[in-house]
Design a protein around this ligand. Sequence first.
Ligand SMILES: NC(=O)c1ccc[n+]([C@@H]2O[C@H](COP(=O)([O-])OP(=O)(O)OC[C@H]3O[C@@H](n4cnc5c(N)ncnc54)[C@H](O)[C@@H]3O)[C@@H](O)[C@H]2O)c1
Length: 261
Amino acid sequence: MLEITKKTAVITGGASGIGLALARYWTENGGNVVLGDIDLKALDYAASTLKPNVATVLCDVTKEEDCAILADTAIEKFGEINLVAPFAGIIMDSMMVSPDKETGKVTRKMSLTQFQKVIDINLTGVFLTARECLERMINNNCKGLICFISSTGSLGTAGQINYSSTKAAMSVMPKVITAELFRRGFSDKIRCSAIAPGYVGTEMVKNMNEKALSRILSDVPIGRLIEPEEVVSLIGEMYKNEAIAGDVFFIHGGLRLGSGG
Ligand SMILES: NC(=O)c1ccc[n+]([C@@H]2O[C@H](COP(=O)([O-])OP(=O)(O)OC[C@H]3O[C@@H](n4cnc5c(N)ncnc54)[C@H](O)[C@@H]3O)[C@@H](O)[C@H]2O)c1
């Protein structure tokens, strides 16, 4: 079992939501965190609440250089990287095509920008963050876990062809990376897995209109949103327990089981 004390987590999207909850969990357990985010104000606020073992990097995960600086910061400040949590993510929902109710002809489409932006942040950004951190983990002889964040959306959600596609990718990446690390002889030190939450009570979800939220909750057997702390507790277990490697762990309160979702 791995310890968190004095170990270092690199978290993107770390200024809010699940990323921030993970940073809180990690520092409360004696670890160091490096937070990357594009929201400078939120990043500064997050750091002020997490002192003292925190470094922040203004980082756009779609930029290769920003991701390199993020990973370098962890090595320079704390000497190693033990948990990589590339959690920066967005949604830009829309049906792929929307026909007009009267004429039956398509009047609106998901734009290329809507599709591409979600791919750039949720997929390419995750690839860049993980690649830069993994390079430094190997070069600095670090032990730990790369933990991607998928979603129940990876199973396919109407109105989210962009988001669902990126989250399906998060489910396969741990298998690819685990196999690659195994071939290269690093899989006993560096593991890779993913977590796939259902609806988590972060600002993104809480800000939904009441009708949409109650429709969602009617499909959740436990009858409520998942708390960010519940997601983070599972990540902690995945980090500590070295038998866990290469797979995706769902945490959704029973969503879709017996529902039409
Ligand atoms: N909230 C949920 O119900 C839920 C469920 C399943 C998976 N997830 C996933 O968890 C992750 C975090 O979600 P959350 O609910 O905490 O959202 P959130 O909106 O609270 O946090 C996302 C963070 O990412 C940052 N970000 C956005 N674009 C960025 C970029 N280009 N570079 C760096 N940072 C950027 C934002 O500034 C924000 O701080 C996402 O990947 C999301 O898809 C969330």
